[in-house]
Ligand binder design. Structure first.
Ligand SMILES: [Zn+2]
Length: 500
């Protein structure tokens, strides 16, 4: 019944596409209103029931590397195929296990020799690949002596490595961006080994063991104390032997990528949600809610004669470092990246004590991270307009890269999305705006076993589903508010989930 109705509307609307400019009252508006009518909270709830059943059958979790993840993948891919999408499974890697077999080595070998004490002066980063390399050390944008408060951006920008000689060992200072980002940049610059040393302020001088969740530079890497780094930086022509003796076992999970039949492949509207949970629970709000919502939107708009290609991404391994989205973006060529005109992210959209939070793409809140790439402001405005049309309030949430939009904005793709809150505490002002309980977490079951189907707020799910439908349909027919991609905007350092 539903399908037939869409097919009819599709047939009628198609000739219009050639003549009607997309604007208010245009195709974007027409199809946005239609899609909002079509998507139904109870349909998304059925997907959530299915994800709950999958968790129940698989030890209570759908986390990376578990059968519960693969069952979630199969469920989503099956629904998308049935709806008529071209579905691809993209394998991505994650760390299954890491064992250190013997203490690491860091010796100065020229111009003089010195042996640093392992597991005191320096530690292997977990999960460093094994490796044994002797090479000259090259300092990367160090701030020495250190400033009174942390300011070093050593290794945070690709440009820090402009003069870096491939094959050398990168000497990097701890600072304001994530360790993982420094490591990745060093890997791309061709470092044969990586030493990151503590920044040097009081309380930031020692070395200690640290899991940074990053291994893809493929070279041995250690975290050294400030004294080691300072000494190596001051030694002209310093050459060191760096050795890590470890066993790193990688596992594989799949991203699920689905693409619309219709639409211009040179202009892609990408819509994403992470499909994995944490090991502790079934992850029905985080992020069954986002996954179920975009799946319902995908199903309902499958036959729309969209102007722009619509691509849905269900990400693997978000909870262990945005691995699925990050490896997806890394796999794209420059041209393929440029074709993604907007990226819409939905991670937790039905929190029990919800607030309607929109990623602060224009940094109008002037809080935390800067504005997103140009166009991010337009995405925020468009979502805002939807809630406004229902006389519903919204608030901003810092664009901090804490979900899968991070890797997209890092390469200059404008992004936006909805978030109903996680472990943060609802303020009195927010309780006045949205109802619910002030002084209590938006999601008291965040990352816990109790993030079950009972942890879903049906009102928030329903409203956010409509907002997602509205925004996806509008961009699917009209991207004129989004500036054309030129050079990637200055990379916004990924705050990530790893400690800086
Ligand atoms: Zn999440």
């Amino acid at each position: 019944m539903r399908r037939i109705a869409i097919a009819l509307i599709t047939a009628l609307a198609l000739p219009l596409a050639l003549t009607t400019p997309a604007n208010a009252g245009g195709l974007d508006d027409l199809f946005a209103k239609l899609l909002v009518k079509q998507v139904k909270g109870p349909n998304a709830k059925k997907h959530l029931d299915a994800l709950q059943a999958i968790a129940n059958a698989n030890g209570g979790t759908r986390a990376a590397g578990t059968p519960g993840y693969n069952a979630s993948r199969d469920y989503v891919a099956g629904k998308l195929r049935k709806a008529g999408y071209k579905v691809t499974l993209q394998p991505i890697n994650f760390v299954e296990s890491w064992t250190e077999n013997s203490p690491p080595t860091l010796n100065l070998t020229a111009p003089n020799s010195k042996t640093y004490v392992p597991n005191e002066d320096f530690f292997s980063f977990e999960p460093s690949p094994a490796g044994d390399v002797t090479a000259q050390v090259q300092a990367v944008d160090l701030t020495l002596p250190p400033t009174p408060t942390p300011t070093s951006t050593s290794g945070c920008e690709a440009s820090d490595f402009a003069g870096f000689v491939a094959g050398r060992i990168a000497l990097i200072q701890r600072g304001t961006c994530a360790f993982a980002l420094k490591i990745r940049n060093a890997g791309r610059a061709g470092a044969s080994g990586i030493i990151v040393f503590n920044e040097g302020q009081p309380g930031r001088t020692d070395a200690f063991p640290l899991d940074i969740g990053e291994w893809r530079a493929g070279v041995p890497m250690v975290f050294a104390d400030f004294a080691v780094g300072n000494e190596l930086a001051a030694t002209a022509g310093a050459t060191v032997r760096l050795k890590v003796d470890s066993t790193l076992v990688l596992g594989t999970n799949d991203n699920v990528i689905a693409e619309s039949r219709f639409g211009d492949p040179r202009n892609v509207v990408m819509v994403g949600a992470h499909l994995d949970s944490v090991p502790a629970g079934p992850g029905i709000n985080d992020n069954g809610s986002g996954s179920a919502s975009i799946l319902e939107v995908a199903e309902e708009m499958a036959l729309y004669p969209v102007k722009n290609k619509v691509r849905f991404g269900f990400w693997a391994g978000e909870e262990i470092g945005l691995l699925g989205s990050d490896q997806y973006v890394a796999s794209l060529s420059e041209t393929q990246r440029d074709r993604i005109r907007v990226y819409l992210n939905f991670d937790m959209v039905a929190s029990p004590n919800y607030a309607y939070k929109l990623y602060d793409g224009d940094n109008s809140d002037n809080e935390g991270s800067p504005a997103g790439p140009p166009g991010s402001d337009r995405i925020e405005k468009q979502l805002e307009a939807f809630y406004g049309s229902r006389s519903l309030p919204t608030v901003g949430t810092d664009f901090d890269g804490r979900s899968d939009y991070g890797p997209f904005i890092d390469v200059g793709i404008p992004a936006g999305g909805i978030f109903t809150g996680a472990e943060g505490i609802k303020t009195a002002e927010e309780a006045a705006l949205f109802g619910g309980t002030a002084g209590v977490a938006y999601d008291a079951c965040y990352h816990q076993a109790c993030d079950t189907i009972a942890n879903i707020n049906d009102t928030a799910l329903d409203v956010d589903l409509d907002a997602i439908a509205d925004s996806v349909a509008r961009f699917a027919f009209d991207l004129r508010s989004i500036p054309p991609r030129t050079a990637p905007a200055a990379a916004v350092p990924l705050a990530a989930k790893t400690a800086a």
